[in-house]
Ligand binder design. Structure first.
Ligand SMILES: Nc1nc2c(ncn2[C@@H]2O[C@H](COP(=O)(O)OP(=O)(O)O)[C@@H](O)[C@H]2O)c(=O)[nH]1
Ligand SMILES: [Mg+2]
Length: 577
């Protein structure tokens, strides 16, 4: 949506403009990226949707050209865009923003995690008035979530409902007809909010310090010192918000790596190629053998329906084929260039990558996971199953999902059927959901696969001391055991949402069998081979225990029998880490 080449305003200039545009590309060999993605986070009712709306509709600069919103409404996720302009050195610097309004419902956190990537700007909405405890809890939750999914990301905090800070008798004056609607102008709010701002800063500092202790090697979040105050009651606060976000986006040196990045011509070609794939048209070639993106409807021949998703290997294959039809020798870094293009489009919010699948429609994952997270919605979807026998089976599976967090494959098919994905693509989606931790492949049974939805599991097992399989293995004389522990999570403060799931998902992907799995722990059978020495395959049993303890300690233990040393276990654990 955002990176149409040439952009609409160039197209409006007609052919000369387009020629100039491409001439510049071919001579400069690079253009500067001016679009980015802004993700809005915060609890339900914090005012995220309101913030997004005011980003789109405020009269920020008379010269701004507002794009009509491209709204894809799913209750979990809404994507729209806006442009921000301001004069810089006599010219109008325009930044295109893809605005992602994510659900604040913690039940859907699993579904939201994949939408977070480090190259975006995160806006966290904090409603006032703030109470110290609640503030610490909620900031810990959101900042941990961002840090986990997008380490080192740029975060801007916004205090919302700020009119609450104005003393009641002052809030609505007889001159309420004045544009701001408030007796106290927005500038005064910042002063009134001094206490709350100090509280927020202190809480942020504490959360960041805690994150540094827990994960010292991770790049720290770049939470902006300046905090914006916002209120729907004041018309100027939308301007303030837009100005602030614009400032963050265009800051020098850039805070977001993609902003101001020079995009080489080869990457632009790859971008055009990806766009043509998305739109279902043929990439067009310029005489000199370069791909030229085309805007005009009648000029591109649809080759297929636009795709909503495509897997990475397929994209790579097609890309190499397109290139080889254009140039005598395909550059050795062609695939890298494609990856660069994908990364850039992800940063801009134009497409999404989930595991090994590239998604052109941002709501795809949300729609798929929505059916798994919202039982009412799932029931609606399976109501149309006509076959009585089949419906019984599906309803049984749904009950298992609700009571045990087990996801049977047959349920998945029924739930996802309405999305019209062919079975092969459904399985591709399942695999990429597994690879990314959205689903956990739990077991192979004769009746088919069982998949687990993380974060929905009841807490079943408390310690490794309870597990008979684990205990039996430990009792063996030749048992070797190695443990890695990550301490200092404060379980009160750190809900650790998704961390366990992700660790478990990584572990599960290396596992040959899942013995047990719940929200906080798993026992997995793994295959660990002793590579050194001549007696190659020592086929002793090996188990992996992953547990998030009540104390906030994350422990990964490996235990095996039949190994001559514990070294292979350690190597295995460090790999997972
Ligand atoms: N008084 C007041 N109400 C607000 C403000 N921001 C949002 N609201 C209201 O709070 C409710 C929740 O806002 P919404 O944007 O939907 O929150 P979301 O759940 O985070 O998307 C809505 O009824 C908004 O009209 C604000 O600054 N002041
Ligand atoms: Mg909302």
């Amino acid at each position: 949506v955002l990176l149409q080449l040439p952009p609409p305003h160039i197209l409006r200039e007609g052919m000369p403009g387009v020629r100039r545009f491409f001439h510049r590309y071919t001579t400069d060999e690079a253009v500067t990226n001016r679009s980015a993605r802004v993700v809005f986070l915060g609890q339900q009712g914090a005012g995220k949707t309101t913030l997004v709306r005011s980003m789109r509709t405020a009269a920020f600069s008379p010269a701004q050209h507002e794009k009509p919103p491209v709204v894809k409404h799913v209750s979990l996720l809404e994507v729209s865009c806006c442009s921000l302009s301001r004069p810089v050195g006599g010219e109008l610097a325009t930044t295109l923003c893809s605005l992602w309004d994510l659900s604040g419902n913690p039940d859907y956190a699993t579904a939201m995690l994949p939408y977070m990537s480090a190259g975006s700007l995160y806006v966290i909405a904090v409603p006032v008035p703030v109470s110290t405890n609640e503030l610490r809890r909620s900031l810990t939750y959101w900042l941990d979530l961002v840090q986990m999914a997008a380490p080192g990301a740029v975060v801007q905090l916004v205090l919302t409902h700020c009119e609450q800070l104005v003393p009641h008798q002052l809030r609505y004056s007889p001159i309420a007809a004045c544009p701001s609607g408030m007796a106290v102008p927005m500038a005064g709010i910042q002063a009134l909010a001094a206490n709350d701002l100090a509280e927020v800063r202190a809480a942020v500092k504490q959360v960041l310090a805690n994150q540094q202790v827990v994960a010292p090697t991770m790049a720290p979040l770049r939470v902006q010192e300046e905090i914006t105050c916002f209120s729907t009651v004041s018309s100027s606060s939308a301007d303030t918000l837009r100005a602030r976000l614009h400032e963050v986006l265009v800051s020098e040196p850039p805070l977001l790596s993609c902003m101001g990045q020079r995009i080489p011509y080869s990457t632009l070609q790859a971008i055009s190629f990806l766009q043509s794939l998305r739109d279902g048209r043929e990439a067009l070639y310029a005489p000199e053998g370069r791909i030229v993106p085309q805007e005009k409807e009648q000029q591109h021949r649809p080759i297929c329906m636009g795709k909503s998703s495509v897997c990475q290997t397929e994209v790579e294959g097609r890309w190499l084929k397109v290139l080889s039809s254009m140039v005598p020798t395909v550059p050795s870094d062609a695939v890298l260039t494609l990856h660069h293009a994908v990364a850039l489009l992800v940063d801009q919010g134009e497409l999404y990558r989930y595991g090994k699948v590239i998604l052109f429609k941002p709501d795809t994952i949300a729609r798929f996971l929505h059916a798994l997270v919202d039982v009412g919605y799932a029931r609606q979807l399976i109501e149309n199953v006509s076959d009585e026998q089949q419906r019984k089976l599906v309803l049984f599976s749904l009950t298992r999902l609700v009571t045990h967090g087990e996801l049977h494959e047959e349920l998945l098919r029924e739930l996802w059927d309405p999305f019209g994905l062919p079975l092969a693509e459904t399985m591709e989606m399942v695999l990429s959901l597994c690879a990314s931790g959205g689903l956990v492949l739990a077991e192979h049974t004769q009746s088919g696969r069982r998949l687990m939805v993380p974060l929905r599991m009841p807490k079943l097992y408390s310690t490794s001391a309870d597990d008979p399989e684990w205990q039996a293995l430990l009792k063996r004389d030749d048992a070797k055991r190695v443990a890695l522990s990550f301490r200092d999570w404060d379980p009160e403060l750190t809900p650790l949402l998704g961390i366990t799931s992700r660790v478990l998902a990584v572990c599960c992907s290396t596992a040959t069998r899942c013995c047990k799995y719940d929200n906080r722990s798993a026992v997995l059978e793994v295959s660990i081979s002793e590579s050194s020495g001549s007696d190659a395959a020592s086929d002793g049993p090996a188990l992996l225990w992953v547990e998030m303890r009540e104390s906030g300690e994350l422990v990964i233990e490996a235990c095996a029998a039949g190994l001559s040393t514990s070294q292979p276990l350690l190597t295995f654990l460090l790999q997972i880490r």
